[in-house]
Ligand binder design. Structure first.
Ligand code: SF4
Length: 160
Protein backbone atom coordinates (compact mmCIF):
# COMPACT_ATOMS: atom_id res chain seq x y z
CA UNK A 1 0.00 0.00 0.00
CA UNK A 2 1.28 3.45 -0.94
CA UNK A 3 2.20 5.67 1.98
CA UNK A 4 1.14 9.21 1.18
CA UNK A 5 1.81 12.35 3.16
CA UNK A 6 1.97 16.11 2.70
CA UNK A 7 4.97 18.23 3.59
CA UNK A 8 4.70 21.98 4.04
CA UNK A 9 7.54 24.04 2.65
CA UNK A 10 8.46 27.49 1.43
CA UNK A 11 9.80 28.33 -1.98
CA UNK A 12 13.61 28.56 -1.86
CA UNK A 13 13.74 31.35 -4.42
CA UNK A 14 13.76 35.01 -3.62
CA UNK A 15 10.53 36.41 -5.04
CA UNK A 16 8.84 38.86 -2.71
CA UNK A 17 5.71 36.69 -2.66
CA UNK A 18 7.55 33.82 -0.89
CA UNK A 19 5.04 31.19 -1.94
CA UNK A 20 4.01 28.55 0.57
CA UNK A 21 4.28 25.04 -0.85
CA UNK A 22 2.54 21.74 -0.25
CA UNK A 23 4.53 18.73 -1.39
CA UNK A 24 2.80 15.39 -1.88
CA UNK A 25 5.16 12.58 -0.94
CA UNK A 26 4.41 8.98 -1.86
CA UNK A 27 6.65 6.25 -0.51
CA UNK A 28 9.35 8.78 0.20
CA UNK A 29 9.25 10.37 -3.25
CA UNK A 30 7.95 13.88 -3.93
CA UNK A 31 5.32 13.41 -6.64
CA UNK A 32 3.59 16.76 -6.64
CA UNK A 33 4.52 20.31 -5.72
CA UNK A 34 1.67 22.78 -5.45
CA UNK A 35 0.86 26.00 -3.72
CA UNK A 36 -0.49 25.70 -0.22
CA UNK A 37 -4.24 26.37 -0.50
CA UNK A 38 -4.17 27.70 3.07
CA UNK A 39 -1.68 30.42 2.15
CA UNK A 40 -3.78 33.58 1.64
CA UNK A 41 -1.41 35.48 -0.68
CA UNK A 42 -1.18 32.72 -3.26
CA UNK A 43 -4.31 30.57 -2.70
CA UNK A 44 -2.58 27.39 -3.81
CA UNK A 45 -0.92 28.77 -6.93
CA UNK A 46 2.74 28.47 -7.79
CA UNK A 47 4.64 29.73 -10.77
CA UNK A 48 5.31 27.24 -13.55
CA UNK A 49 8.99 27.07 -12.69
CA UNK A 50 8.47 25.71 -9.20
CA UNK A 51 5.20 23.82 -9.76
CA UNK A 52 7.07 21.48 -12.09
CA UNK A 53 9.95 20.66 -9.73
CA UNK A 54 9.14 16.92 -9.48
CA UNK A 55 8.88 16.58 -13.25
CA UNK A 56 12.24 18.26 -13.66
CA UNK A 57 13.88 16.39 -10.81
CA UNK A 58 12.88 12.95 -12.08
CA UNK A 59 12.97 13.66 -15.79
CA UNK A 60 14.84 10.88 -17.65
CA UNK A 61 16.81 13.47 -19.63
CA UNK A 62 17.92 15.43 -16.59
CA UNK A 63 21.62 16.18 -16.73
CA UNK A 64 23.31 14.10 -14.05
CA UNK A 65 26.96 14.12 -15.08
CA UNK A 66 29.38 16.33 -17.01
CA UNK A 67 29.26 16.33 -20.80
CA UNK A 68 31.87 17.70 -23.18
CA UNK A 69 30.76 19.14 -26.48
CA UNK A 70 32.26 17.36 -29.44
CA UNK A 71 32.03 18.98 -32.84
CA UNK A 72 30.67 22.42 -33.71
CA UNK A 73 28.34 24.35 -31.43
CA UNK A 74 24.69 23.79 -32.13
CA UNK A 75 25.02 20.23 -33.37
CA UNK A 76 24.03 18.84 -30.01
CA UNK A 77 26.82 16.29 -29.86
CA UNK A 78 28.32 15.58 -26.46
CA UNK A 79 30.36 12.90 -24.78
CA UNK A 80 30.24 11.92 -21.16
CA UNK A 81 33.31 12.72 -19.08
CA UNK A 82 34.14 12.15 -15.41
CA UNK A 83 33.97 14.90 -12.80
CA UNK A 84 37.75 15.02 -12.30
CA UNK A 85 38.36 15.31 -16.02
CA UNK A 86 35.70 18.00 -16.41
CA UNK A 87 36.96 20.07 -13.48
CA UNK A 88 40.58 19.80 -14.60
CA UNK A 89 39.71 20.90 -18.12
CA UNK A 90 37.57 23.82 -16.95
CA UNK A 91 40.27 24.93 -14.49
CA UNK A 92 42.94 24.74 -17.19
CA UNK A 93 40.86 26.80 -19.59
CA UNK A 94 40.00 29.44 -16.99
CA UNK A 95 43.67 29.66 -15.99
CA UNK A 96 44.63 30.10 -19.62
CA UNK A 97 42.09 32.90 -20.09
CA UNK A 98 43.08 34.56 -16.81
CA UNK A 99 46.75 34.54 -17.86
CA UNK A 100 45.87 36.22 -21.15
CA UNK A 101 43.12 38.66 -20.03
CA UNK A 102 41.09 37.83 -16.93
CA UNK A 103 38.41 40.35 -17.87
CA UNK A 104 37.56 38.13 -20.80
CA UNK A 105 35.85 35.94 -18.22
CA UNK A 106 32.22 36.94 -17.60
CA UNK A 107 30.99 35.63 -14.24
CA UNK A 108 27.43 34.89 -15.22
CA UNK A 109 25.85 33.15 -12.29
CA UNK A 110 23.64 34.06 -9.39
CA UNK A 111 22.20 32.53 -6.27
CA UNK A 112 20.44 29.37 -7.43
CA UNK A 113 18.14 28.45 -4.64
CA UNK A 114 19.68 31.08 -2.39
CA UNK A 115 21.91 28.71 -0.45
CA UNK A 116 24.99 29.96 1.38
CA UNK A 117 27.37 28.33 -1.08
CA UNK A 118 25.54 29.52 -4.18
CA UNK A 119 24.53 32.93 -2.88
CA UNK A 120 27.45 35.07 -3.90
CA UNK A 121 30.04 33.42 -1.71
CA UNK A 122 32.25 30.79 -3.33
CA UNK A 123 31.55 31.77 -6.93
CA UNK A 124 32.28 35.44 -6.18
CA UNK A 125 35.58 34.53 -4.51
CA UNK A 126 36.60 32.36 -7.43
CA UNK A 127 35.86 35.03 -10.02
CA UNK A 128 37.46 37.82 -7.98
CA UNK A 129 40.56 35.68 -7.53
CA UNK A 130 40.73 35.11 -11.27
CA UNK A 131 40.34 38.84 -11.91
CA UNK A 132 37.20 38.29 -13.99
CA UNK A 133 35.01 41.10 -15.27
CA UNK A 134 32.59 42.63 -12.82
CA UNK A 135 28.95 41.98 -13.54
CA UNK A 136 25.76 42.89 -11.72
CA UNK A 137 25.11 39.31 -10.70
CA UNK A 138 21.47 39.88 -9.94
CA UNK A 139 20.36 40.08 -13.54
CA UNK A 140 16.85 38.73 -12.89
CA UNK A 141 16.52 40.44 -9.49
CA UNK A 142 17.60 43.73 -11.04
CA UNK A 143 14.82 43.42 -13.59
CA UNK A 144 12.32 42.81 -10.77
CA UNK A 145 13.72 45.73 -8.78
CA UNK A 146 13.40 48.02 -11.81
CA UNK A 147 9.79 46.90 -12.22
CA UNK A 148 9.04 47.61 -8.55
CA UNK A 149 10.63 51.04 -8.88
CA UNK A 150 8.58 51.75 -11.97
CA UNK A 151 5.29 50.54 -10.51
CA UNK A 152 5.54 51.44 -6.82
CA UNK A 153 8.25 54.06 -6.91
CA UNK A 154 10.36 52.14 -4.42
CA UNK A 155 11.21 48.64 -3.18
CA UNK A 156 9.39 48.51 0.10
CA UNK A 157 7.89 45.06 -0.36
CA UNK A 158 5.14 43.47 -2.38
CA UNK A 159 1.55 44.61 -2.26
CA UNK A 160 -0.09 41.25 -1.62
S1 SF4 B 1 6.52 32.85 -7.82
FE1 SF4 B 1 7.61 30.88 -8.09
S2 SF4 B 1 9.77 31.35 -7.64
FE2 SF4 B 1 8.54 33.04 -6.83
S3 SF4 B 1 8.19 32.53 -4.65
FE3 SF4 B 1 6.43 31.76 -5.86
S4 SF4 B 1 6.90 29.62 -6.38
FE4 SF4 B 1 8.82 30.64 -5.75
Amino acid sequence: MTEKRYVRAACPHDCPDTCAIRVTVEDGVAVRVQGDPDHPPTHGALCTKVARYPERTYHPERLLHPLRRIGPKGRGRFERVGWDEALEEIAARLAMLAARDPEAILPYSYAGTMGLVQGDSMSARLFHRLGASLLDRTICASAGAAALDAIYGNRVGMHV
